[in-house]
Design a protein around this ligand. Structure first.
Ligand code: ZN
Length: 239
């Protein structure tokens, strides 16, 4: 009866916002190179915003597993900054931390989301990551960067749930699982287009490697991948 329950931060539980400013800041890092060990063959250079731990892990879990849509704008804002940073001349000026460089003076940015599994869609009832990427692309475009959202990757067979699988098992599980259907325009000129894969979490890199393979098979070389967070796996997981 007129009672409004104030939102609670998905990261730390503090009352007031869906994601408090302190937790949101954890996602606004300059992206850093992430090199899983072992490195899956064909993995494009990966930049990760932060580790998958602490409040960031809580936020992503709330969004990914519990379908808490209210945190999506925070994830989109973090991805936006990472895309802008990667595209911009600042990234080039920052030197060695960028595993790829924008080509030409104003390359066209092509953003390719990694498709979620059917199980994930069932849990969340929508293409939640696709929505975050769409929001980010709109914002990047509004900052004057020529940006195209390229939803060209699909799962052509359902891999098993990746949880609990070793790096090698994940690679085998995903091998050949994706296919790319490229649009007939754009992206084609490697001298003027910057094709970037985006995903929420990287663990062994098997998913991004498979996405890269599918794109290459369709004639498109991804320059790199941006992920929100990277898991640090224990040695026992790394087989
Ligand atoms: Zn918080």
């Amino acid at each position: 009866m007129g009672l409004v329950v104030p939102p609670v931060c998905a990261g730390c539980g503090v009352t007031g916002q869906h994601v408090c400013e302190t937790c949101a800041r954890l996602l606004h890092h300059q992206p850093r190179p992430h090199r899983p060990s072992p490195m899956p063959p064909g993995l494009p250079p990966v930049l990760a915003l932060t580790d998958y731990s602490g409040p960031v892990r809580q936020i992503i879990t709330a969004w990914k597993e519990r379908g808490q849509r209210s945190v999506a704008p925070v994830l989109a804002a973090a991805l936006t900054d990472a895309l802008v940073w990667t595209w911009s001349a600042d990234a080039v000026a920052a030197g060695g931390d960028v595993p790829w460089r924008p080509v030409g003076s104003r390359p066209e940015l092509y953003v390719v989301p990694v498709p979620g599994s059917r199980a994930a869609r069932r849990r969340r009832g929508e293409d939640a990551w696709g929505r975050v990427v769409e929001m980010a692309c709109r914002e990047v475009r509004s900052r004057g960067i020529p940006t195209t959202l390229m939803r060209c990757l699909t799962l052509q067979r359902q891999p098993r749930d990746q949880a609990g699988l070793s790096a090698r098992e994940r690679r085998a599980n995903l091998s050949g699982a994706m296919a790319a259907r490229m649009p007939s325009t754009g992206w084609r000129s490697p001298s003027t287009s910057l094709v970037v894969l985006v995903d929420d979490i990287v663990t062994t890199g098997a998913t991004l490697a498979e996405a890269g393979r599918a794109l290459r098979q369709a004639g498109c070389e991804p320059r790199g991948a941006i992920v929100l967070s990277a898991t640090r796996r224990s040695g026992a997981d790394r087989r």
